[in-house]
Design a protein around this ligand. Sequence first.
Ligand code: C5P
Length: 221
Amino acid sequence: MIVTLDGPAGSGKSSAAQGLADRLGWLHLNTGAMYRAVTLAALRRGIDLADATALAALAGSPGLEFKPGVVRIDGVDPGKDLRGAAVNEAIKAVADCPAVRGALVLRQRLLAEGIDLVTEGRDQGTVVFPAAELKVYLTASREVRARRRFAEEAARRPGITLADILAEQDRRDADDRGRQHGALRVPADAVEVDTDRLTCAGVVDTLVGLVASRRSAGGVA
Ligand code: C5P
């Protein structure tokens, strides 16, 4: 069975997806980490971010290793570099590139073959797994998302303000929603879960309940 979890930055997707996978004993695929790894590897190799052919070749190359819970570049876990400022600044060019998206969509589908998977991103229910048994769209208000991110980042980025975080978030939302291919949208038959008033455990409980009812409705063991 495949469960897709899409939603904007700060909606709590990653913790929810990991929590759900842990509760079910399934695997969790963070597709944002795949776009981040392509970006980091391109920067390290000095690839021109306007060169779609080179970027797509990189995205499909065995030097980038992707498995649920695992990202390696040339055999090494990139650690916190994956979420560093250089990647954040360059990732739009990579995520906007249709040839990169094509290569990663293919890899995501191959990774999902024959396993139970919780997969999270922006296009998982709309483009990558439109026939998934359960599609969830996580939402939260602009302010709640920004406050969550501020709490996470304040210690790591001295001097950062809530207004800075809001501006960054608005830019990312515009990029994610305005992208020509793989734009963030609510999948047609998704269940929307508003996380504003839920704790992380509350979100996971809600998702576990949705999986259970989908399984009993579909006769899945
Ligand atoms: O989820 P995260 O914030 O780590 O994603 C990093 C970047 O990758 C974002 O800019 C997002 O738009 C992009 N992305 C994407 N498609 C996905 C997952 C992430 O374009 N399926």
